[in-house]
Design a binder for this molecule. Structure first.
Ligand code: RNT
Ligand code: ZN
Length: 427
């Protein structure tokens, strides 16, 4: 570690003072932007820490058309290791953030518990940990990596026994979500994603969707206090093994979410490769109560790469801020990369989501809107382009300093030290 490579506290503060002045000239209050940033939680996806493996005694192959590539050493082998890695990741990320759990991360003390029999007590250690560390919890039924999902169908299966099992699992999951919300005083978003679809062209596209709607109505029938649990449904265009048809497509779930007034989940990797979700936000928000985002990055397909600070991510965050949707949006991440240090993957991706959000919060949006309404597109373009070279980095560094997390590349020093101290010993 070479301290000379990293800026000193007084240099970071001096740079911030200058940046603040520059933004103030545009009418942007950087202190207020940082307050809003600090108040926005991101839900970290637990599954980046162990390549979506989970802790089931019978833990089999990753299914549902999901694929994790890479074998970087140090993957978490149990819940204690996963929490230890998460603690390290949170120490690198400014602000207080949530954790998004999947049902396969239950702790059943070595006992085999079927997924339709999972209960809140199987997540007691997660709740204790969340409470002790100020994390809200979110949840997902795991409708893949299971013999009853091996046909490629779950809630939309033609087999009533298969549907029944997954309906029961989703009901159990909502109750677990409710228990999280009650224990932690912040609603749990329970997100239903299923892999159901056909590899090759089906002749009946209608029936699986009818079955899916029926299953969903059944599993959502029990009303749960929205202060404890919020239900979300996640669409997908295609998966590995469901290239020709996915029952839970975007149109299907958009209609479902609107008519049932549940949350819609937009995963940025679940659309055509050139289709981005930023423009969808203001359209769907006209009709749905709240939104769940799975911020991801597809490369050629839904490959779930670590999110970068790129135009796509900025477009999403700009929409949330410009449209004033932050209060109705739950921001979650969804990627899994096993080819790099997994703690770094969490930290880099989450910091990028926050950096994109900060960039959006630093826009003089009222002024931009006035220009647009006046038809002054010349000034709108000039200002938007000028914003790109404003000293945003100084504001971000100051935020990290204030929040007690490493600034810039100092983050990597901590990751390397953790790797040497903890991860390499895992064999
Ligand atoms: C799959 C969906 C889903 C999963 C997680 C593990 O394509 O994106 O959200 O990635 O539930
Ligand atoms: Zn997703």
């Amino acid at each position: 570690m070479n301290d000379q490579l990293h800026p000193s506290t007084d240099r970071i503060e001096a740079a911030y003072a200058l940046a603040r002045e520059r933004y103030a000239l545009l009418g942007v209050d950087t202190d207020r932007a940082l307050q809003r940033l600090a108040a926005t939680p991101i839900s970290l996806h637990c599954w980046q820490g162990d390549d979506v493996a989970g802790f089931e005694a019978s833990g089999g192959e990753l299914g549902g058309g999901l694929a994790v590539t890479g074998n970087y050493p140090g993957k978490a082998r149990n819940a204690d290791e996963l929490r230890q890695d998460l603690d390290q990741a949170y120490r690198l990320i400014p602000g207080r953030h949530r954790l998004n759990l999947h049902a396969i991360y239950a702790e059943t003390g070595g006992q085999r518990v079927e997924r339709n029999e999972l209960r809140p007590e199987h997540f007691a250690a997660w709740v204790d940990w969340a409470k002790a560390n100020g994390h809200g919890l979110d949840f997902n039924p795991t409708c893949f990596s299971h013999p009853l999902a091996a046909s490629g169908f779950t809630l939309a299966s033609y087999d009533p026994a298969v549907r029944r099992f997954w309906i029961e699992h989703c009901i159990a999951s909502r109750q677990i979500g409710e228990s999280f919300g009650r224990a932690l005083g912040t609603p749990c978003v329970t997100n239903v994603w299923i892999p159901d679809g056909f590899k090759d062209t089906p002749v009946d596209r209608r029936r699986p969707r009818e079955l899916l709607a029926q299953s969903l109505d059944e599993l959502f029938a029990q009303k749960i206090d929205p202060a404890c649990n919020l239900d979300a449904v996640e669409s997908k265009l295609f998966g590995i093994g469901s290239e020709a048809y996915v029952a839970g497509s975007h149109e299907f779930y958009l209609g479902y979410a609107i008519t049932r007034q549940v949350l819609l989940t937009l995963d940025s990797g679940h659309f055509h490769p050139t289709e981005t979700i930023a423009d969808k936000i203001s359209a769907v928000m006209a009709y749905i109560p709240e939104l769940l985002l799975h911020v991801s990055r597809g490369v050629r397909w839904d490959s779930d790469h670590v999110v970068l600070l790129n135009d796509e991510l900025q477009g999403i965050m700009q929409e949330l801020v410009r449209g004033d949707y932050l209060g109705r949006t739950h921001i979650g991440l969804d990627y899994f990369d096993a080819s790099i240090n997994r703690v770094a993957a969490w930290a880099i991706g989450t910091r990028n989501a926050l950096r994109a959000l900060l960039l959006a919060l630093l826009e003089p949006i009222d002024h931009l809107r006035t220009l647009e309404q006046a038809g002054d597109y010349t000034a709108r373009l000039a200002l938007l382009e000028a914003l790109k070279s404003m000293p945003f980095g100084a504001v971000w560094d100051y935020h990290c300093l204030q929040q007690g997390v490493p600034v810039g590349m100092a983050m990597l020093d901590e990751i390397r030290a953790y790797e040497a101290r903890v991860l390499t010993g895992r064999g």
